[in-house]
Design a binder for this molecule. Sequence first.
Ligand code: CP
Length: 331
Amino acid sequence: MRHLLSTKDLSSSDAIRILDTAEEMSAVNEREVRKLPALRGRTVVNLFFEDSTRTRISFEAAAKRLSADVINFAAKGSSVSKGESLKDTAQTLEAIGADAVVVRHPASGAAQRLATTDWISAAVINAGDGTHEHPTQALLDAFTLRRHWSRLHGTGPGGVDLAGVRVAIVGDVLHSRVARSNVWLLTTLGAHVTLVAPPTLLPIGVEHWPCAVSYDLDAVIAQRPDAIMMLRVQAERMNASYFPSTGEYARRWGLGDERFARLDELGLKDTVILHPGPMVRGLEISSAAADSARSQVLRQVANGVSVRMAVMYLLMSSGLSGLDPTDAHAK
Ligand code: CP
């Protein structure tokens, strides 16, 4: 594996290898080892043409924990505003010495374009391209779910896969690269996924995806999902003509206080709540739900660092056999 562009083309064994390596990284992080020497002398460029809080900072933290040098590039304030192309921008950064480029771009396919032309030779990691894919988000979601289940079933971290786990993904599926990456990855790992959305916020052709589809969140909750993943309403990509009113959206597709309380009433004691962030509280999710013991939101963020360490390590180093946390060079 040279690039990470999508989860659709990720085999089960590659996905599990990333998740298992992330467990090793997490064990190192939990032992408060500040840095591993794995990528010393290598340079990671964060090439962000869209805003980000979690993904950019997480990649930066992950690269630094592996001792890589990090260059952060944001399109705002750069020569992109003078008309410089993606190709020229990427080649400029490679000339500066990038070994890996982490790219976020509003155009679906931008990461693929960087990886499959001869513009650059660096490893390309897709950090979100348009409405297409956000593979590291799905990997950190799968990692979070796998950890939750392994704790629940009393095995060690990574000891259970996601076979048979039922996941409801709820909200603005139409614009969500997170939903797409999760559908491909979670089903590859054996989970059963149900998408829940207003009819106008489902993509054309969704009936051919390897998942169930519903418009009725209460009916899906009554089927006792193991995890409910709420999605962000992507106002910046939304055409108001196909968005229900905010009141109707919150009432029918939001995880508000009443619906959240129903999880207890139904005895769903182990059902967890995920959200990729940023959350729009009051529309997609209430504070009671977001801040509850069921919420995995901050665990997702923390796990993201371990998962991104694993991805960069596997793509950028020749060693694929995992790390020895007691490595004498660790400091
Ligand atoms: N989940 C996610 O991609 O968040 P950011 O947009 O803050 O990176």
